[in-house]
Design a protein around this ligand. Structure first.
Ligand SMILES: *Cc1c(COP(=O)(O)O)cnc(C)c1O
Length: 471
């Protein structure tokens, strides 16, 4: 690219972005390509000589765009949202231009100081006490890994990093069966081992850990000479919103000196609305809490907010201070790279700042309340429609359902076929999961630009396609 073309192409990209968002409802939500189609459309070898930007941009539209699944589509009801609110996209454009590495205070003081400030804005917005300090991690997976490493080091009296785990009695971590797979990975990577991740049976409509069973497991492990180290509580599990009684499990953890990490990666955004905070009541007793503003709230990926009651134990676990990273003469400053596994860090605080200012907490609360209400509306309309059963009731804006028409023998296969047919249709996008061993369909409302009309379209598309398949 020639030097003087940057301005021109930046403008084109901005115009393209605005047109793209305006036109999303006209596109199928999920990519409609077959495996290998995009790969085979790309030349086998990289160009030796510069190509004109016109040609590159044209290929982007022709080759790449048809292979995109549109996560910002107002009728994206699959997985969880990855909302990029327009104001946060603008912030990311500026961040891309500056492209600073914000690992230390002195490598961009504004990035560090804005991070401290906006994480405190978020902490207050969620109703967390001022004993918590926040840091932005690249993902909830990283935050959970960091928390598990703290559990390990604390329990081993800070000797694990140096001596390794050889010869140690096994450490034990507890959670329910509803937690995200990032918990398994954190346990693997921390060297604790999957066999030492103890899944406590769940009870109740919210499918939370049975605290009596938790207590019994910890007591038995201690008696066997194992080392109970921590507990990971789920608030709004990925499959169907499984949620632990945070106050009850924190009570058990405290009796046994265990570190508690709360994974509210998706549901945490809803806690800006006071009426939803009962889902995590007791959270102020936890040691560490993670939620992803890059999911529901609208801060463009990646942006994971990690709150800690005692950041010193995290820094003690992760800080490395070789000579070249020391920032002489600035005592009391924060170097956020000491709070996370990766050293390099993007300037992620700017998009939170833009987001919170451009929409206001009240604007974001309205969005979340709408999503919850619209999701409840779709659930109750499906419940009232012949052949449909709600398999897990709405937890915030997430519920699951199953189509069980008469005369179909294999209902699991029928429901999987239904998800496929709905996604091929393209008006909406849904995913499947399992509830009590049965295949069910997940529905979550959370797209930043969604309206009531999109909820209506979702209901109509589901019923129409289901009835067509069952005929
Ligand atoms: C999405 C999700 C995660 C993983 O988040 P990443 O930021 O992609 O690592 C973890 N836990 C829950 C409950 C989630 O919904």
């Amino acid at each position: 690219m020639k030097d003087n073309e940057f301005r021109n192409w930046s403008h084109k990209a901005a115009d393209w972005s605005a047109d793209y968002r305006d036109g999303l409802r006209d596109r199928p939500v999920r990519a409609q390509t077959s495996p290998g189609a995009i790969f085979n459309a790309i030349p086998e070898i990289a160009p030796e000589m510069p190509e004109p930007m016109d040609a590159i941009f044209a290929d982007f539209e022709k080759v790449i765009l048809p292979g995109m699944t549109h996560w910002q589509h107002p009728r994206f009801f699959a997985y969880f949202p990855a909302n990029a609110a327009p104001a946060s996209i603008v912030a990311e454009q500026l961040v891309s231009a500056m492209a600073a590495q914000c690992m230390l205070w002195q490598t961009s003081p504004a990035a560090t100081e804005l991070e401290t400030r906006v994480l405190d804005w978020l902490r207050r917005a969620l109703g967390l006490p001022d004993s918590f300090s926040g840091v932005i991690q690249d993902s909830a997976s990283s935050a959970t890994l960091a928390a598990v490493l703290v559990m390990r080091e604390r329990t081993l009296k800070w000797s694990g990093n140096k001596a390794g785990l050889a010869g140690q009695n096994p450490l034990r971590i507890y959670c329910s069966g509803q937690v995200h797979t990032s918990i398994d990975r954190a346990i693997w990577v921390a060297g604790i081992g999957e066999d030492n991740l103890i899944r406590i049976p769940v009870t109740g409509e919210l499918r939370g850990m049975d605290s009596a069973a938790l207590e019994a497991a910890i007591v038995a492990d201690k008696k066997a000479g194992l080392l109970p180290a921590g507990l990971i509580a789920s608030v709004g599990g990925t499959s169907t919103g499984g949620t632990d009684d945070v106050a009850a499990v924190c009570g058990v953890a405290r009796r046994h000196g265990l570190y508690v990490h709360v994974d509210a990666a998706w549901a945490g955004s809803a806690m800006i609305c006071p009426e939803f905070r009962h889902f995590w009541s007791g959270v102020e007793q936890a040691d560490s809490v993670v939620f992803n503003p890059h999911k529901w709230l609208g801060a463009q990926f990646d942006c994971s907010a990690h709150f800690l009651r005692d950041p010193d134990s995290l820094v003690k676990t992760l800080a490395i201070q070789p000579e070249f990273l020391k920032t002489q003469g600035h005592d009391g400053i924060i170097n956020y790279s000491e709070w996370s596994v990766p050293l390099g860090r993007r300037f992620r605080a700017l998009k939170i700042w833009f987001l919170l200012r451009a929409y206001g907490l009240e604007g974001l609360r309205t969005m979340i309340r709408n999503h919850v209400g619209w999701s409840e509306g779709v659930a109750s309309r499906l419940a009232a429609t012949a052949g449909f059963r709600i398999t897990t009731p709405p937890m915030l804006s997430l519920f699951s359902f199953r189509h069980e028409p008469k005369g179909i023998a294999d209902l699991d296969a029928h429901n999987l076929k239904l998800v496929g047919a709905i996604n091929d249709d393209g008006r909406i996008y849904l995913t499947q999961t399992k509830v009590d061993g049965q295949s069910v369909i997940r529905f979550q409302a959370g797209s930043f630009d969604m309206t009531q009309a999109d909820a209506d379209t979702a209901f109509e598309a589901i019923v129409e396609i289901a009835n067509r398949l069952a005929r």
